[in-house]
Design a protein around this ligand. Structure first.
Ligand SMILES: [Zn+2]
Ligand SMILES: [Zn+2]
Ligand SMILES: [Zn+2]
Length: 773
């Protein structure tokens, strides 16, 4: 008999809750190996013993064919002396050593489960919580690690004999599937009226659950508004083709114009609403199931108030079995928008939903599987860069969180990075790994701050990170900054806002070279205490130089100017042509002449009007000059409408003139462009043409400024980031011009270019700072 070999393998990465132990079990079983496997707080630990060549083969397959949801980051091997152990077993989880076992992201219902869901002969026919090792909730139900049922929100459901049998059977698709359940033993759905009373009689088992969903579907078909509990929180739903229902939802939600997302029953119906490229379809069908923003079809049967004045539509497909049943019953697309009032965080607890959504929804479709962590839908669009279509992340949350990113150089001490204010997401880092948290939202009130605190504490437990270094934005008034400075016995690292944008993009691409970055956004606290937002930076994670910026203008009325883009039109006109500026014809009748004169005076005298180099505010000014959006009801609306207008125009429209000048630094002077836009508007040129000219001019001058800095400093990489680069036209045209100038262009991919990506950049800067010290 050949000598036996025994090997211990430690597998790290996303290997819990993804069927890794059953996979190891089946592999060992097939190859006739002895040993055992278990989860621990670092991942999966296994020992196998058998003939040398079988062990080799086992190790080869272990790395080559992991289960679909697993992400193996490393396998460390150690040879051991053979033992008398026979057979192969899955052992209970063990708490040992230093914990760092990642939890996987929530995953859309798999095809096998879907087939069972709609099979009348299956015991889970129409069971809205069907799942298996390859699909189902994960991150949103996890309370702690290791990922085992008692540490999830399924702890309160005791598996019935049949479910337990599947769970214990290594040959079964539900072997060790932690959320495994059926109608006899698992969660169930209920339909309540707004007062919290059952709207359907108590059903039993499958029939009861089915009734709640069928009744919910009937109400939706009839034009009612429902709150629907999903995977990461509540949605507010109504028919997407029913103008009265959508308008009512908008009014009750106090959401004046921000577009609503739509959930289509299937890909064909989605494709009937929006022009989908193969890349869009791939994203829609991906296991993350994000909202995909695509051009809407003119003929689409979608109510006008779903996405007023937007040429795009945010579309998604059902991702939980409950959605699949509901959409199959409704047979038409539904508006599915975050279950909140205006800017509050999305509701995710039942009692909270009743209290907050009871005044918006006619009925609530609930279930009794608690959601541990509120997680919004992720949002993506696609851009064409270097002739290939790529995804552009707009909001990174459900389906992507808590997947980790690499961090280089590794953090020598554990880091917490607190992010900025708008679209906040925090980041924890340890060694060469960084975990960017779920989208928290705009960190402006107690509710979001509480959600931020809870999220940070949860991630610290899950990934066993005890931060010794806390990175934060320089803005003294951000709640994230106040939180960071309130953390005691840690080292604080302040990171300039736009530097963090630049560092995030470089770190994501593993790029160590110094780069020139055009970082355009709405607002960021500058190193000099003024409001930055149209910056040309040169640097890397270790530092930066402000090589250039937009021409500074006044922000008349401070934050009021953000909500009233016409004020920026006024400020820019004052800057370009002096204090006596007449009200432009496009704003005639939409802005009172006396208010216009007051704002012109504030802008020229600099009273209550801080200076800003914001690119977002420049978009506001041009949009308002075109008469597009004198008042904004949501953040970035004017820029969205200007891009929408430009996308309807001829791409070749002559660019507005911008000048590059300034002594010492480089100043991008937009005054000639403002005068040209004002002239065009007065001459009756269409907003579409004006918008296209503006985009072309800004793209051209941005590329010229970057190329100038790059050449002077011997740099060959350029970064485009900041919230303004969510604008597809600006991003594509600037990137093309930069590539034409011979620069390699990096744009954010796995993280958003907006402030949702900031924390990771702060972590990269902090890691570099402590590494050097
Ligand atoms: Zn499944
Ligand atoms: Zn069961
Ligand atoms: Zn920013």
């Amino acid at each position: 008999m050949k000598p036996a070999r025994r090997v211990r393998a430690r597998v790290e990465g996303t290997v819990q809750g993804v069927g890794f132990r059953p996979f190891v079990y089946r592999l060992a079983d097939e190859l006739g190996l002895d040993g055992h496997v278990r989860n621990d707080e670092r991942g999966v630990l296994l020992e196998v013993q058998g003939p040398s060549e079988s062990v080799e083969r086992f190790l080869g397959l272990l790395a080559a064919e992991p289960p679909p949801l697993a992400l193996v980051e490393g396998v460390a091997l150690e040879d051991l002396a053979p033992t008398p152990e026979t057979g192969f077993r899955i052992l209970d989880s063990q708490r040992v050593g230093e914990p760092a076992a990642p939890v996987s992201a929530d995953t859309a219902t798999c095809d096998d489960c879907l087939a069972e869901l709609f099979d009348p002969r299956d015991r889970r026919h129409r069971y809205p919580f069907i799942n298996c090792t390859n699909c189902g909730p994960r991150f949103t139900i996890v309370r702690g690690v290791p990922y085992d049922r008692p540490l999830t929100t399924m702890a309160g459901f005791r598996m019935c004999r049949r479910c337990q049998g599947e769970y214990d059977d290594p040959a079964n698709r539900r072997f060790h599937a932690q959320p495994n359940a059926c109608a006899d033993c698992g969660p169930s759905a209920r339909l309540l009226d707004a007062a919290g009373h059952d709207a359907v009689g108590p059903g039993d088992g499958v029939a009861g659950a089915g009734d709640a969903i069928a009744a919910a579907a009937a109400a939706l078909r009839g034009g009612r508004i429902l709150a629907v509990k999903g995977i990461g929180g509540f949605h507010l739903a109504c028919r997407a083709d029913d103008e009265r229902a959508v308008a009512t939802l908008r009014a009750r939600k106090h959401r004046e114009e921000k577009p609503f997302a739509v959930m289509a029953p299937d890909l064909a119906i989605a494709a009937a609403m929006a022009h989908l490229t193969p890349e869009h379809e791939r994203l829609l069908l991906g296991r993350e199931r994000p909202i995909v923003v695509a051009p809407r079809r003119h003929e689409a049967d979608v109510a006008a108030s779903v996405a007023p004045r937007s040429p795009d539509l945010g579309v998604m497909l059902p991702y939980s079995p409950l959605h699949h049943l509901l959409l199959a019953d409704v047979e038409t697309a539904l508006v599915m928008t975050s279950g909140n009032v205006s800017d509050e965080p999305i509701a995710y607890r039942d009692e909270d939903a009743l209290a907050r959504l009871g005044s918006i929804a006619d009925l609530l479709l609930l279930h009794d599987r608690p959601i541990e962590t509120r997680t919004d839908d992720s949002v993506l669009r696609t851009v064409t860069l270097d002739r290939s279509r790529r995804r552009l992340m707009l909001r990174r949350s459900r389906g992507h969180v808590p997947d980790s990113l690499e961090l280089r150089p590794p953090a020598r001490r554990p880091v917490l990075a607190c992010g900025a204010e708008l679209k906040n997401a925090f980041c924890l880092a340890k060694g060469g790994r960084a975990w960017v948290g779920h989208h928290v939202g705009d960190l402006k009130n107690w509710e979001t701050l509480e959600s931020f605190r809870e999220g940070v504490a949860h991630f610290e437990r899950l990934f066993a990170v005890e931060p010794e270094v806390v990175a934060h934005d320089l803005h003294p008034d951000y709640l994230s900054t106040a939180y960071a400075l309130g953390r005691e016995a840690v080292e604080h690292v302040g990171v300039q806002h736009h530097h963090a944008h630049l560092a995030a993009c470089l770190a994501e691409h593993g790029e160590d070279r110094r780069a020139v970055g055009a970082i355009y956004d709405g607002t960021g606290y500058g190193a000099d205490g003024t409001v930055w937002g149209g910056e040309i930076l040169v640097g890397d994670a270790s530092g930066f130089e402000r090589a250039g910026h937009l021409w500074p203008v006044r922000l008349p009325g401070g934050d009021r100017a953000v909500r009233e883009p016409w004020r920026m039109a006024c400020a820019w006109l004052v800057e370009a042509s002096g204090p006596e500026v007449p009200l432009p014809p496009a704003l005639d009748g939409r802005v009172e002449a006396s208010r216009w004169r007051t704002i012109a005076r504030l802008a020229s005298e600099g009273v209550a009007a801080p200076v800003t180099t914001s690119a977002g505010r420049l978009f506001d000014a041009v949009a308002a000059l075109c008469g597009l959006c004198p008042e904004a009801t949501y953040e970035g609306q004017a820029a969205v409408e200007l891009e929408a207008a430009a996308s309807e125009a001829d791409n070749e429209a002559a660019a507005y003139p911008f000048e590059l000048g300034g002594d010492g630094g480089l100043v991008i002077d937009a005054r000639p462009a403002i005068l040209a836009a004002a002239h065009d508007a007065a001459a009756g040129v269409s907003p579409a043409t004006a918008a296209a000219r503006f985009h072309n001019g800004l793209a051209e001058v941005t590329a010229r400024a970057c190329a100038h800095c790059a050449e002077r400093q011997g740099i060959d990489v350029a970064v485009l980031s900041g919230g303004v680069f969510q604008n597809r036209l600006l991003l594509e045209r600037t990137a093309a011009a930069l590539a034409g100038a011979g620069l390699e262009v990096l744009v954010p991919e796995r993280l958003p270019p907006n402030d949702g990506g900031i924390a990771y950049g702060q972590a990269a800067v902090a890691a570099r700072a402590i590494g050097a010290g």
